[in-house]
Each structure stands twice: as C-alpha cells, then as structure tokens.
Design a protein around this ligand. Structure first.
Ligand code: GUN
Ligand code: FE
Length: 418
C-alpha cells in the first residue's frame, strides 16, 4: 500500500521544537512513514495521492492512562478525593461490567469517541472481568486502533463484587494473555494499585509478566491518603515504588506508573534507572484534588513521561485538553516552586502527548521516517486564517481552542479509521 498525503505537516521529533513542512507530501508505504518531501518529481506514479492542501497533518494522540470502564462516569463525584471517589462512584460502576451486554454498549461508545477525539494509541484499564475485557480487545481490534488493554486485578480492599480470589485473578489474566497472542491489541498486566493487591497477587502477576514478556501498568503516589495507606500496609518497605519493585512490577518488563505526584527523589531515580514511564494525568489530578506532578523534575531525571486522560478521574478523552491542562499545571508548579521547576513549553507538552507516550508502543507518535503512519488531518479554517498564520501558530490555536469537529480524518498504520 503506497499513499501520499499532501498538507501542512507538523510534529515533534524531540521535545524542544517542532518539525514543520508546509505544503508538503507525507509518503507512506505499508503503514509506515517513508519520507516527507516538498515536491513529487522523484516519486513513481503507483502512489495514491490524497490532497489535504491547507489542512494540518499531525501525529495521532497517545493516551497512556485511561479507564474505559469509567467512561459513563465522566463528571461524577468530582467533589471527592481519590479513595471515597473510588468507593462511592467508581467501584459500583465497574461492577456492572460483569454484564457483557452493558460492557458492549459502553465500550462501543468509548471506542467511537476515542477515534473522534483523535486518540490513535492508548493504554487502557478495563475491569476485573475476563469476558468484558476480551470483548473490549475484540472491539478495539476491529476498530484498527493501537492499544494495550489490562484486565484489572484486585484481591483486597475493594467491594465484595470486585474482590477476586487470588488464584482466579491470576488464571483469568493468563487466559487473556494466551487468548490474545498474535493480535494487534495487546494485553498489559494491571494490578490496580498496591492497596487493592495482596503480595501473593503482585508476585503472581510479576511471574506472568516475566513468563510471557507482558508490560505492566499501575498507579503510584496519586493522593496523600493513599501514600499513607500503602505505608501502613507495607511498613517494612521503604517507599511506595519499592513495594512494586520488591514484587517484581517496576520495570522488570516495560512499565507505566500513573500520577506520580508524591514520589520521592529516590523513587524518581529508580523510575529513571528502570525505564519506567510516568503517565501524567493533569485533569484527573485537579478534579480529585490530588495535587500537581512536578513534571520538570521527572524530565530532568531522564524519566519518560506521557499523558493520560485518566477518565473518569479526568473529565474528557480529549488529549488536546490534557495538553493545555498539563502546561497550565506546570506553570502553577513553577510559581509554587519559587520559579525553580521551569514550566513546560507547548512543544514539550505536545511531544509528551505524541512521541513521548508513543515510545511505549515503539516507533509511534511522530512522522519521522520509519514511524507508524498514525496521523490526523485537521481542518482549522473555522478558528484560523491559514494565510495569516504558520503551521506552528495554527497547531497551537487548534490545541487550545479547537475540538473534535476540526479532526476530519484519522489514520492508523496508513489506513483510515475515521
Ligand atoms: N487508583 C486506583 N484506582 C484508580 C482509578 O480508577 N482512578 C484513579 N485516578 N486512581 C486510581
Ligand atoms: Fe487511573
């Protein structure tokens, strides 16, 4: 499959600046970017040319932390903090996914909105339920989106209908791994967080991760009460990150930890050494009064950082809104830190939302040669006069003031999904 897409191409290959190719051609072969060029003279004519003149062509967004099963709960319970919010709103909603019919309704809507909002790659939490998790993976495979999906594991400190028997939890997880081998949508080991997983469960999950080389995701130091709780549950272990580490769930295979607000310098250093990704979920952290992650510090330590919408702690699937919120949060952090932790630039936040999180998937999130051809075509004519502004300003205006109606096409592996 050989295709050429003409438009104003803009992306970040590094956090510091944008690569901009106005009125140029993106050349895609077998789902991968081959090159970008200014004119078509040297190209043979067995390419199909799609003309998006005056439209922006940007990488698809990457969301590395979100709960698909909480989709219908968006906007609920925003006056509570994490633990009461989980108990009052989140756990009762997730319990409904025992019913496969209910799961189908929610997951179909979730996937269709993910596409509409331009998120082409995501790392998703389902629920504890094997059948509805497999259904979500099937639906995502059909959609052609790029995704990891985790069956959530919990065997302590949750409601009765979500509390799993440890062996069953491990068996169901292994069934999902074996049942989805070789498919596009991949499984990810998902101990919800330390308070909801016994040492036996964490050890068992680490064994599965190692045995099948499966990545891991969880939550880390999101809320001060949560951090205290973990201390009480594991007084013998020096910090929260080390609990995961002690049980083999901290970078032994590719790992994402969400939130990371109250992480100590020692823990951040460990994340950096282990290549553990941090998922920054600014909207959720505001909504649940969790705090503000000191992103600059993570970047200075060399930790890989991506963006998570964290619905329904976060109140939208829109990654552009998360980008804006991420930048705003970093400005508050800058002021709070006595102007020490420098705020994130627009290109740094855009990078986190594309290539930064995309690295978890491999060559994803950029339009450099050899990257997966996952991209969006943006018609920004209702918000910007393209004769007046260059691609950088147009992109910034779209991210800050546009919405999903500006996304007119979505491509994954060079194939159209919207
Ligand atoms: N920590 C454990 N579970 C959750 C969840 O569902 N959402 C958020 N934001 N934090 C969590
Ligand atoms: Fe979360």
């Amino acid at each position: 499959m050989k295709r050429i897409f003409k438009g104003d191409i803009i992306y970040t290959s590094n956090p510091k600046s944008f690569e901009i190719y106005e009125d140029s051609y993106l050349i895609v072969e077998n789902g991968v970017v081959k090159s970008i060029c200014k004119d078509l003279e040297s190209i043979s004519d067995d390419y199909e040319v799609l003309d998006f003149t005056n439209k922006l062509i940007i990488p698809g967004f990457v969301d590395i932390h979100l709960h698909s099963s909480q989709y219908l709960n968006i906007g609920l319970g925003m006056d509570k903090e994490l633990i009461p919010w989980l108990n009052t709103y989140t756990f009762p909603e997730e319990a409904k996914f025992k019913n496969i019919e209910y799961a189908k309704i929610v997951y179909e809507k979730f996937i269709s909105d993910l596409i509409n909002k331009g998120t082409t790659s995501s790392v998703i939490y389902a629920t504890i339920h094997k059948e509805s998790t497999l259904l979500l993976m099937d639906l995502l495979n059909e959609s052609k989106l790029r995704a990891y999906v985790g069956k959530v594991n919990m065997d302590r400190n949750t409601t009765e209908d979500l509390c799993e028997e440890t062996d069953r939890s491990l068996r169901d997880t292994e069934d999902i791994i074996l049942g989805t081998m070789g498919k596009n949508v991949k499984p990810i080991i998902t101990p919800r967080f330390v308070p909801s997983c016994t040492p036996e469960l964490m050890r068992g999950l680490a064994d599965l991760a190692n045995k099948y080389d499966i990545p891991v995701q969880s939550h880390l130091s999101e809320n001060t009460n949560e951090v205290e709780w973990v201390k009480k549950l594991h007084p013998e272990i020096k910090n929260y990150a080390s609990v995961y580490d002690e049980f083999g769930l901290f970078g032994q295979t590719k790992t994402i930890m969400a939130h990371c607000i109250y992480t100590t310098d020692e823990e951040i250093k460990l994340m950096s050494e282990r290549g553990v990704f941090a998922a920054h979920c600014a909207l959720s952290n505001y909504n649940l009064s969790s705090g503000i992650m000191p992103v600059r510090k993570y970047l200075d330590y060399g930790v890989k950082v991506g963006i998570g919408s964290d619905i329904s702690g976060g109140n939208t699937l829109s990654i552009p809104q998360s980008i804006v919120s991420t930048i705003q949060a970093s400005k508050i952090k800058w002021l709070e830190s006595g102007k020490e932790l420098y705020p994130l630039s627009f290109s740094e936040a855009f990078y986190m939302a594309t290539k930064g999180g995309g690295e978890f998937f491999g060559n994803v999130g950029s339009l450099e040669k050899g990257y997966k051809a996952d991209f969006l075509v943006i018609d920004d004519s209702n918000i910007t006069n393209h004769n007046e502004f260059g691609a950088f300003e147009r992109l910034q205006k779209y991210i800050y003031s546009g919405n999903e109606t500006n996304i007119i096409k979505v491509y994954v592996n060079g194939e159209r999904v919207k």
